[in-house]
Design a protein around this ligand. Structure first.
Ligand SMILES: Nc1ncnc2c1ncn2[C@@H]1O[C@H](COP(=O)(O)OP(=O)(O)O)[C@@H](O)[C@H]1O
Ligand SMILES: [Mg+2]
Length: 177
């Protein structure tokens, strides 16, 4: 059976739009605290982790995904959204690049909420000894597994993504990795 684009992991992410009729309508609804709480509880399941910029929860109605909440204007969700929009379409000689990134499914209108494929941890000894040179933040908690693919799930601060070289870099073999 043919795999869908989602199964293959090359789907363009969706940027949700603000479709509420007016600013005053947004203001009215955002002051309904009980409703706001319920919306958050509908989307966010158990907490999976946090970093310097985002807190990450299991997606409450689809456990294949996570919800990344970014409270400040640090633009990591936006950077991940833009980078995944770019890499998911790479093909030919660069098709391998997208296999190193956890796909983004959608982002909220203001970028505060991003939904990404969930990764899993595996035994430390299975981690590769090298990762592509364009990754900059090589902390072990920024990487995980989707099936048998080892991927980066924190690429909000990558700054070498203009050029996808096949050059690899060695990773320190200590508790840090
Ligand atoms: N796609 C994911 N699947 C599973 N866990 C994740 C995923 N993305 C992030 N996490 C967990 O949440 C933590 C914080 O997310 P991260 O994207 O690294 O935020 P920050 O940009 O603040 O460092 C990660 O260290 C990891 O434990
Ligand atoms: Mg991180």
């Amino acid at each position: 059976m043919k795999k869908s684009n989602e199964q293959k992991g090359n789907m363009q992410p969706i940027r949700l739009e603000n479709n509420i009729n007016s600013i005053s309508e947004v203001s009215v609804i955002s002051q309904l605290q009980d409703v706001n709480t319920d919306l958050i509880l509908s989307l966010c399941g158990k907490k999976l982790g946090s970093g310097s910029y985002r807190t990450v929860y299991e997606h409450n109605w689809d456990k294949r995904y996570v919800v990344k909440i970014e409270p400040n204007n640090t633009e990591c969700n936006m950077a991940e959204f833009m980078l995944w929009s770019e890499v998911c379409g790479l093909c030919g000689d660069l098709a391998w690049v997208k296999d190193w990134f956890a796909p983004v499914l959608w982002m909220s209108p203001n970028g505060k909420i991003l939904v990404m494929r969930r990764t899993q941890e595996k035994d430390k000894k299975e981690r590769p000894r090298k990762v592509p040179d364009f990754f900059t933040d090589l902390k072990r908690e920024n990487f995980g597994w989707i099936g048998n693919k080892f991927v980066c799930h924190d690429y909000g601060f990558i700054h070498k993504f203009i050029k996808y070289g096949s050059k690899m870099q060695k990773v320190r073999q200590d508790a840090w990795w």
